[in-house]
Ligand binder design. Structure first.
Ligand SMILES: *Cc1c(COP(=O)(O)O)cnc(C)c1O
Length: 417
């Protein structure tokens, strides 16, 4: 059976009672710990760590990571502006985006850093700011996402400039007098240190063909275990394995490369919990399934429906006397959508795989663990006109503050004419 990460059962019931469900609870201590781990990533010649804010962009979260010394990786112009509004210094924000914002010039003038992700982006930037420094995102030809939907490198991914087009990069750079000082790769390398080492080698091979590069970003994608049998990337081990390559590179090419990493998942995945309430328990007869329905679903966490992602599920009974019977249940969300389930089959997002859970009563709490990354930020917001739920920050056991209030119906329809 799966277990709670940082809350006790009593705390779950206290939050369910005091705040309405569904609600996200983020643990400051867990985030602080992962921030420290990221900031102590072994490096030869200095490190800048960025929080990939698309994982969890709430203002207070950005401010916390900023106060602990992390910079920001933004995936759109809107994210850049959101970070600026949260008080993040422009020079601590780097934009790595599929779509160039319409106000790119204004953002760069403020001091935001730009990472060109395609040849046309490089040209657009260069025409706006000839004679300046810039970094480029290269697709090194290798990918390692956990599904074809999360794969961000290799020939099936459009992210970054294909590594064989370096000559085209320099054609543009020379014409517009750009100095390419940053090389960026992000292929989502998972937890296997061997793959990270391989990925660093590919990046360094590219860096040796780019004589003015002084900073090298290995991106994010450090895997975090959510389910009991999954493995978390060991940052110390990965960093220590890569470090000697940076030393050798410096010896050979006389360039001390500054290392950058930009995790999203690693910093927040285990720091967020979604607390829901059981709203119904139904079944489809002796040859069918038993279902637990909850007051949440793809409106808060679309990962199971979109990627077949698995999250620990824990029933917390309000009356402890009722907690003994275990059965296998499908956990289904509150949307009118058959794909809105939290128990997809492992490795087969279309399938169903009942989970062993305590048999709940209506009104009991059901906790979805590992909901810090890509849940609040990536949900099917307002589908079925469910308002976006609230988020609280846990400062200590039984001590919380609101960081995002629940949305109202009025806010859902406010722009309608
Ligand atoms: C999403 C993203 C990240 C973070 O990825 P995680 O898997 O959450 O660590 C880092 N860099 C870039 C460019 C990204 O798009």
């Amino acid at each position: 059976m799966e277990e709670l990460f940082f809350l006790s059962e009593d705390e779950v019931l206290y939050i369910q009672e005091k705040f309405s469900t569904p609600i996200f609870v983020y643990d400051r201590e867990t985030m602080k710990k992962s921030a420290n781990e990221v900031l102590s990533f072994p490096n030869a010649f200095g490190l800048t760590a960025r929080f990939a804010m698309k994982a969890l962009p709430t203002r207070k979260i950005l401010q916390l990571f900023n106060s602990w010394g992390l910079h920001i990786d933004a995936s759109s112009g809107w994210e850049v502006e959101r970070a600026l509004l949260a008080g993040i210094p422009p020079s601590h924000i780097q934009l790595t985006a599929q779509e160039i914002p319409k106000n790119l010039k204004e953002l760069i003038d403020k001091g935001v850093l730009f990472n060109a992700c395609s040849l046309s982006q490089l040209r657009t930037y260069g025409e706006m700011f000839p004679g300046t420094e810039v970094s480029v995102r290269i697709n090194p030809g290798l990918g390692s996402g956990s599904s074809n939907r999360t794969n961000v490198g290799g020939p099936s991914s459009s992210f970054g400039i294909w590594y064989e087009y370096l000559d085209k990069v320099y054609e543009i750079a020379n014409k517009l007098n750009l100095k390419i000082t940053g090389l960026h790769t992000h292929i989502g390398s998972g937890s296997d240190p061997d793959i990270w080492v391989h990925c660093a080698h590919l990046a360094l091979e590219t860096a040796c063909k780019m004589p003015e590069v002084t900073r090298l970003s290995l991106g994010g994608g450090y895997k975090v275990a959510r389910m009991p049998d999954e493995k978390t990337a060991n940052l110390q081990e990965i960093g220590k394995r890569i470090l000697p390559d940076f030393l050798r590179f410096a010896e050979k090419f006389g360039r001390k490369l500054h290392l950058e990493i930009e995790p999203g998942t690693y910093l927040v995945a285990r720091a967020g919990t979604l607390i829901c309430s059981v709203i119904d328990v139904v079944n489809t007869g002796p040859r069918g399934y038993r279902f637990i329905k909850i007051d949440s679903g793809m409106t808060e966490n679309v990962r199971p429906a979109m990627y077949g992602a698995l999250h620990p599920l824990i029933v917390v009974p309000r009356n402890k006397k009722n907690s003994h019977k275990i059965d296998r249940f499908i956990v289904s969300g509150h949307c009118c959508e058959s794909g809105d389930i939290f128990t997809p089959k492992r490795g087969d997002p279309e399938g169903l795989e009942p989970r062993e859970l305590f048999e709940p009563q209506i009104g009991d709490a059901l906790v979805v663990e590992g909901c810090g990354a890509y849940c609040a930020s990536q949900s099917c917001k307002n589908y079925n006109s469910f308002p976006e739920c609230g988020e609280i920050l846990r400062l200590a056991p039984f001590e919380y503050e609101w960081i995002r209030k629940p949305q109202t119906l009025e806010q859902i329809i406010q722009n309608e004419i």
